[in-house]
Ligand binder design. Sequence first.
Ligand code: SF4
Length: 681
Amino acid sequence: GEGRPWEVKKVQTTCPFCGTGCNFDLNVKDGKVIGVTSNPNAPVNGKALCVKGRFGMDMINNPNRLTTPLIRKDGVLVPAEWDEALDLVAAKFREIKENYGANALAALSSAHCTNEENYLLQKFMRGVIGTNNIDHCARVCHAPTVAGLAVSFGSGASTNSFEEIPNAKVMFVIGANPTEAHPVVGTKMKQALAKGAKLIVADPRQIELAESSHLWLRLRPGTDVALINGIMNIILANGWEDPSFIEARTEGFDKFGENLENYPPEKVSQITGVPVEQLEEAARIYATAERAMIFYTLGITEHTTGTDNVMSLANLAMLTGNVGKECSGVNPLRGQNNVQGSCDMGALPGDYPGYQKVVNPEVRKKFEEAWGVSLDPNIGLMLPDMFKAAINRDLRAMYIMGEDPVITDADANHVRKGLESLDFLVVQDIFMSETAKLADVVLPGASFAEKTGTFTNAERRVQMVNQAIKPIGNARTDGEIIIELANRMGYPSSYESSEEVMQEIASLTPLYGGISHQRLGTQGLQWPVPSLDHPGSKVLHQETFSRGKGLFMPIEYQAANELPDEEYPFVLNTGRKLSHYNVFTQNSEALESYSPEELAEINPLDAQQLDVKEGERVKVVSRRGELETKIRITERVPQGMIFMTFHYMETPTNVLTNGAADKVSKTYEYKACGVRITKTA
Ligand code: SF4
């Protein structure tokens, strides 16, 4: 990080790690990123940055970056020229389409890439290939949010803004670990606490925030619906609901209320393991506050009941009139830097950009006219179904941009088998991921520091990503690669810049209608931004819900798909830790040095029974796979649970996890499956 200040160029841009969307300045000298400095004008974070944003950028210059295309020849990936690689990909895609139809191809888009690139990839798959088989990692994280909040409110996004958090009166954090996974959001929560806010945490693990909470509900994994129904039962019994809000703004209350009668506190306490007094206290704190904010992440969504869990939280907010005003609402903290944007851009099998439905003939006509093609009227494959289709040979080729499903998707051995069954696999990435190792062609994309475009954070803020350096080696921006492929497949396209792509997005996507790169400037805009003179939207659903009235849904509790039994007596729970981001930051030497290996957490009483000590290794076995890991002994996890992250290639936790999925959104149940643990010799 040396260099004289007058020789250093500073470029404001948006962090590529989590969905908080912090901004900072990349410091550039001699065409190289040499460090990161805070930018006091950063709209979300001001000068604050977490360890990942501050120190993780050394991954840009990592010598292991892919710098040239690779083609598999005689079983080995060997360097190739761009023309050869792109011609091969185009020819193979064309051949497979001719022989098996367009739906024999599928793509995974990337929550790491820009909105413009996500837009281009879904346009390529729909308009050039001719299939709606496009999805991305939202399927494995917040797809239940998109589905659930769309049913309840009409819009599947966070209702409120981060700047409101320090003024919150009550915060209910359920299935989220903000101080580690969204650290700058965690800091804002601590500011609210310092100003006297009350905090309720619901989590089976004693996360850091639980320690500063007023009430910690240690529920059993997968019992969220029962917990929330129980709390709502108590709210109604005490008359703490908001009758005028219910009357004026919602529908479906009667059936919903009847269903709650099945969740008296004692029964809920038995299901969840949370004492009745704590349920009552949670109901009182949340419902009697003037305003209360709900925050959640994957502890809510990554269950076979993920969509039900999300709708339950929407019910709770509506019951107490906690939507449509500042310091309230239902606030999913989106995981990846641009997972909100990938959804917004239609990297989803049933949605064009802006959640305009593939099955709606008028919408389809609009896109057909704009793109000059005819479009498939049928919804495409969701991510988990792609691997199944590959195994039974309905799917023949995949184009995977910036994702590593072999490491990130549940039941990883099944995923690997799916990818190995394909006739042709193209992986576009910046590192040789585990998935890229299986590819027939590897295309080197560019990191966020090497491109201009936009990311959309968890509070719907569309922000600029500004190019600081040229792509490394022969790498190219992901957008450029997609355009090259489109041209080779007989769909001539050219864009002057990613700004021109944003103009096309705005012209076709009402939520982004008033967005241009120029307007975004240094502060960004929060969608919906319907017109050029619209200032953006901090709080959703103020006068009416996106769907008109908010819809109460009666939700029944269902247990997790795999409960502990004699053979697999432990529950495996998965999540993140502060110094790493998904499967990406092992490429940062700095972050890797903070936390170089998996340390699975188990309770001291379990450790005693298993006869293992701190730092020793255990074998963990599920119905699907097994691995070895070092352990950490801590009371943060309850007895009968083992907690693991999924950050480490050497300890691929997802060989263990359950591929059972939410019935609506097909999001896997990462947060609970049965395992057995034995001491390794
Ligand atoms: Fe980046 Fe998230 Fe850390 Fe902010 S909180 S610096 S967006 S990883």
